[in-house]
Design a binder for this molecule. Structure first.
Ligand SMILES: [Ca+2]
Ligand SMILES: [Ca+2]
Ligand SMILES: [Ca+2]
Length: 533
């Protein structure tokens, strides 16, 4: 490509040649090859019961970006059905239901709270419908589970219900009742609901024959029945389990099924008595659920994966994951910790570091020895920093300078600007400098990783940015070379097939050296990819 023929070529051909050169160098800087991918963990967001079609008589769950189905009567295996792939969806599905009168699934998507997404039983898109709220000014702060009211109901037959939250602090929760075309016709919302409703929030709702509703809360007191005016009829139901709230559905035979973390199915008879002997405890992938941190362990040529730390039930920890993505071994337990995300490895000290992001006073970089003992920590709380950067969100380690790079979420007043910054801390916890990323056009990023430019350009940073955008900068946050070329940019949704991406790692040793891996926590997925040079 460096050959020059310009003297022999017409002006037009030179232009074409130059255009081709630009195209090729842009292509080279932005091409990626997926090496491998795997589901390593699961998390059920909602369940429904299918009464017709290919999945008839099965409980179907939305789990990661996929649907899984199981027959409860035969105690069959939990099968992957299909993958939801809709370019309008910018988040995992939080609610879904089987619409009996159409034989279709309906789903919601939190960034688009005025849209309903319809799919057939093979995940084929059947279009969207617009939700028209009774109050045209209403825009929920969050949306959750969905339910279908069967034609047999004396009240709102053949309608949909969706759980909405006015905000994320529990001000009000609503059960939005709408026609299948999205027009809201009623709502159920009470300020005198039991305190548990406001402590945990409503996760899901199901019609309970003949004329009631049952809701599930993100609370140990999870299950309550009510009438269509929101009057509590019974609850909390004894469940004998933690981690409920995401999904609840009544089967045609009257039995009730509720999910518990990560995708257990808890059975109740038609009188709502527990039937634990009929429960399901399925594992998806390697059981590394909600993997929201990933690092490369160059001492063992394996990945380190932070898992199950986002929600407390169940053992959480760091696991070693083989590059084949098909087996994992525990490295250390983190059950004594919660609200952790991101993972980095410090090879010269054999230390694993993660971010404690909540509650506020506990914000810190936690450094663990491989044995799992806490080695040290760097406080990132307001008192230590002398200012409020909000919760820490992303973490990288800069080996040449022995520093940590931290991205913060900001406060409500500062988040727009704070999310465009990368804060560099020394190992003793001093804020050394701040990298301003505003010139890259980013609105924020979920993760950042250090790697060595294989072209000899020195240290580089790769950012997993909003809406799937991935870009590369130098260690000062410049996303272009001195002569104006992007250092690298691509879309991870298009190129890697990931809806979300929580952390990434550069692979620095072994046969995959030079490649990268990304993890999607809610998708329970890992993708290994290379940049093509
Ligand atoms: Ca949900
Ligand atoms: Ca539901
Ligand atoms: Ca990482």
């Amino acid at each position: 490509m460096k050959t020059r023929h310009s003297k022999k070529l017409s002006q037009n051909l030179v232009s074409l040649f130059l255009l081709t050169l630009v195209y090729l160098s842009s292509h080279n800087a932005n091409a990626q090859t997926v090496v491998s991918r795997a589901r390593i963990g699961g998390y059920a967001e909602d369940i429904t019961y299918v009464t017709s079609g290919a999945l008839k008589d099965q409980v179907v769950m939305s789990n990661g970006g996929e649907l899984y189905a199981a027959s409860l009567t035969k105690k069959g295996v939990l099968n992957k059905v299909c993958r939801i792939d809709n370019p309008e969806m910018d988040q995992f599905v939080t609610g879904f239901a089987f619409v009996e009168s159409e034989g279709l699934f309906v789903m919601n998507n939190d960034p688009h709270p005025n849209k309903l997404y319809f799919f057939d039983q093979a995940c084929g898109s059947k279009g969207t419908r617009t939700i028209q709220y009774l109050n045209s000014n209403y825009r929920p702060g969050h949306i959750e589970g969905m339910a279908y009211v069967p034609a047999s109901s004396p009240i709102f037959p053949d309608h949909l219900i969706m759980v909405t939250w006015d905000d994320l602090v529990g001000t009000a929760f609503r059960l939005i009742i709408m026609r299948r075309d999205g027009v809201q016709v009623a709502e159920i919302s009470r300020s005198d609901w039991p305190i548990q409703f406001f402590e945990g929030g409503i996760g899901d709702v199901t019609f309970l024959a003949p004329d009631r509703l049952l809701v599930s809360l993100y609370h140990p007191d999870a299950l309550w029945t009510m009438d269509f005016n929101g009057n509590i009829l019974s609850g909390p139901l004894p469940t004998g389990a933690d981690g409920l709230g995401e999904g609840v559905v009544q089967l045609t035979d009257g039995r009730l099924v509720a999910t518990s973390y990560p995708q257990n199915l808890l059975l109740f008879d038609k009188n709502l008595n527990r039937q634990p002997q009929n429960d399901r405890h399925d594992k998806i992938g390697l059981g590394l659920n909600l993997p929201n941190g990933m690092a490369w362990d160059s001492s063992a040529n394996q990945f380190l994966v932070l898992h199950d730390t986002a929600i407390s039930p169940g053992p959480s920890g760091v696991a070693g994951l083989a590059t084949t993505l098909d087996n994992a071994t525990p490295v250390f337990d983190l059950s004594a910790f919660s609200t952790l995300r991101q993972l980095v490895y410090l090879p010269q000290e054999d230390i694993v570091a993660t971010l404690k992001f909540n509650p506020g006073p506990d914000r810190a970089i936690l450094l663990f020895n491989r044995s799992g003992t806490l080695n040290s920590q760097i406080s990132l709380n307001v008192a230590s920093l002398g200012q409020n950067f909000g919760p820490p969100a992303s973490l990288a380690y800069l080996p040449a300078t022995d520093e940590f790079a931290v991205g913060f979420n900001g406060t409500p007043a500062t988040q727009g600007l704070e999310r465009q910054k990368l804060r560099i801390f020394s190992r003793s916890g001093t804020l050394v400098r701040t990298i301003d990323l505003s010139a890259t056009g980013t609105g924020g990023f979920n993760a950042v990783e250090y790697f060595e430019d294989p072209q000899g350009g020195g240290g580089r940073l790769m950012f997993l940015s909003t809406f799937g955008r991935v870009f590369i900068t130098d260690l000062n946050g410049n996303s272009r070379s001195a002569d104006g070329f992007p250092l690298g940019e691509f879309n991870s949704r298009v190129k890697l097939g990931l809806m979300l991406r929580n952390d990434l790692t550069a692979i620095t040793s072994g046969p995959l050296a030079g490649a990268f891996a990304v993890t999607d926590a809610n998708g329970g997925e890992v993708v290994i990819f290379r940049l093509d040079n």
